[in-house]
Design a protein around this ligand. Structure first.
Ligand code: ZN
Length: 186
């Protein structure tokens, strides 16, 4: 989502994957829960982190790289010297605060468009890590906003859905134009 300067340092064979641009039916689909953690899923997670840091962004969800599976990656530390990559499989919000906060959100699938979105200020998230262990954590601030934005992707929901219809249509038309230009190689 938001811009970040972080770089993910690795010696593995990670590759970036193309990021789908809105509008695309795959960004509106409901992603499937993962029954278990396989090597293929670990590779997908590595590639998603690489793709996110390369963009650069602070979060990425499976459907954004065409994988309709419930997996997200995020790193809201925005510190290239101390990356804090987090991979969540089958993430669920199990508690949300009544307190709300507003952040200016963006999305790697909706490049260069930003808008303020109000969401619960803190959430508790439960997920499976890449060892198949259940984890839970209470998150606040930018981390809380980011994890809610990414979990929305797994349910086919985009941050522009929180905006009024006029603003949403305006952004969608800009993205259609961007996709036409990219298809023509401009
Ligand atoms: Zn997004």
């Amino acid at each position: 989502m938001l811009k970040a300067g972080a770089r993910w340092l690795t010696c593995g064979a990670m590759t970036t994957r193309p990021i789908l641009i809105h509008p695309d039916p795959r960004l509106r689909a409901i992603a499937k829960p993962l029954p278990d953690i396989s090597d293929e899923i670990r590779r997908l997670a590595d590639d998603m982190l690489e793709t996110m840091y390369d963009a650069p962004g602070i979060g990425l969800a499976g459907p954004q790289v065409g994988q309709l599976q419930r997996i997200i990656v995020l790193d809201c530390a925005k510190d290239p010297d101390a990356p804090q990559p987090l991979v969540m499989v089958n993430p669920q919000i199990v508690w949300s605060s009544d307190d709300r906060s507003v952040y200016e959100e963006g999305c790697l699938s909706i490049p260069d468009q930003y808008a303020e979105v109000e969401r619960p200020a803190s959430v508790k998230v439960r997920w499976l890590d890449l060892n198949g262990n259940e984890q839970d954590r209470e998150m606040e601030g930018l981390w809380a906003t980011c994890v809610q934005h990414e979990i929305d992707h797994l349910d086919g929901k985009l941050f522009i859905d929180y905006l009024g219809p006029m603003k949403r249509q305006l952004i969608t038309r800009k993205m259609e134009k961007l996709k036409r230009e990219r298809a023509r190689g401009e």
